[in-house]
Design a protein around this ligand. Sequence first.
Ligand code: ZN
Length: 490
Amino acid sequence: MKRTLLTRYLSTLAFLLALVAAPLPLGAPAYARPPQTARRSTATATAPQTAVATAAAQSQLVSRVLANGLEVIVLEDHSIPLVSLELAVKNGSYTEPPELNGLSHLYEHMFFKANKAVLEGADYLKTLDQLGVLSNASTREEIVNYYSHTTSPNLRVAMVAMRDSARYPLFHERQFEQERQAVLAELDRHESNPYGFLSLELNNRLFYKYPSRKNPGGNRETVTSATTDVMRLIQSRYYIPNNAALIVTGDAKAEEVFKFAQELFGDWRKGEDPFVKYPMVEHPPLEKSEGIVIKQPVNNIILNVGWHGPSIGKDNAATYAADVFSFILRQPDSRFQRALVDTGLVTAVDFNYYTQRNVGPIQVLAQTTPDKARAAMRAIYKEIASFNDPAYYTDEQLETAKALLEADDLYSREKLTDYTHTLGFWWASTGLDYFRGYLGNLRRTSRADINRYITTYIQGKPHVGLVLLSEESQRQAQLTPQDLIGEGAK
Ligand SMILES: [Zn+2]
């Protein structure tokens, strides 16, 4: 999936699908997938026009790396007197062995708690609330981000507050206990959601050797036994300038942001690159396909098929092809939608790739009913088998998908508070250069690139097929594990 989201889900199932497609970032208010704006662009922008607009928009994105490695990114937009500030940190479940699983998230909860400024009785603390500085945070697989929104005259004080939180936490025991309980309650809520359960199940099967690395929530045991010393360990490994980015969007002048950043963060001590000292794991490929029937008290039937997709840094070309191809399939007039939705076999279906540095999953999600479940599953596999047929999509559909993807990116910039998270997400998983070159690379994506993506990652590749349904639905649907991997009786 691509950075802005592209959610053209036309059905009311959108939210549900989004929930299943990627676990909710923990602690965040409202977004369920990589930062996204759920805008529906009906634009029929032609590629050349979009390209011109894009060039203009991208020219406003400037960045500078401080001597200690902190990357400072600014996107100016002076249309309203608001600024968004985000600190993105490369932490999250991809850095977590089983014994630390879920603790990036617990750390996130401690971030805005007591710090040195409290000890020193810093003046700004008295006025922070009155200044309208609103803060929040979230934890995902490959990023933990902290953000504040405020009016532009308060940018500096928001940056001071961010500095104190990032660099001088105290980890008070009493606050730590409170947050431990808050996190445990959050885990309970997550696990009692059947769709959270499905998503966990898919990740556990796809990433069977190192499941903790794909589960930002972690588990009750690690959270229950965590100590403030472990918080300090995480701080020393990951909360260092060369593992973080400071992002400012909105009504701020880039030069001023760089000046403040140097002043407030310039003497933050650089540390050892945590990804050299504690490298990412190598998720081994699936050896064979596996189908699992999961029974939960749900009304509808959710079908979910997952594969290992490309990784940033290993096969970037396939990530662009993945985004374009997903987008083609998502269009209401695509052959995929017509074969599955228009025939009534499913009520909604989505095909997506979740961009990640360490093996982004590809998945199909569909909602159906007991009487149609087996036929729907067969039809999904029939479509997959046809993905590389020359007639599967037209040249026009390919070009339209690219133009619409670009248009979505531009529209998503209208809501800068969300776009700040988008920048953070891409900085952490792909780096800013990937982000800068993204639209150009999309435009260059050819049919041959898409073919290669499909043959390398999808067709004939081991995969995991899941169904989530009730006991009663299964009595009627009679889905077998073989059906779920496309090898059931016809
Ligand atoms: Zn949380």
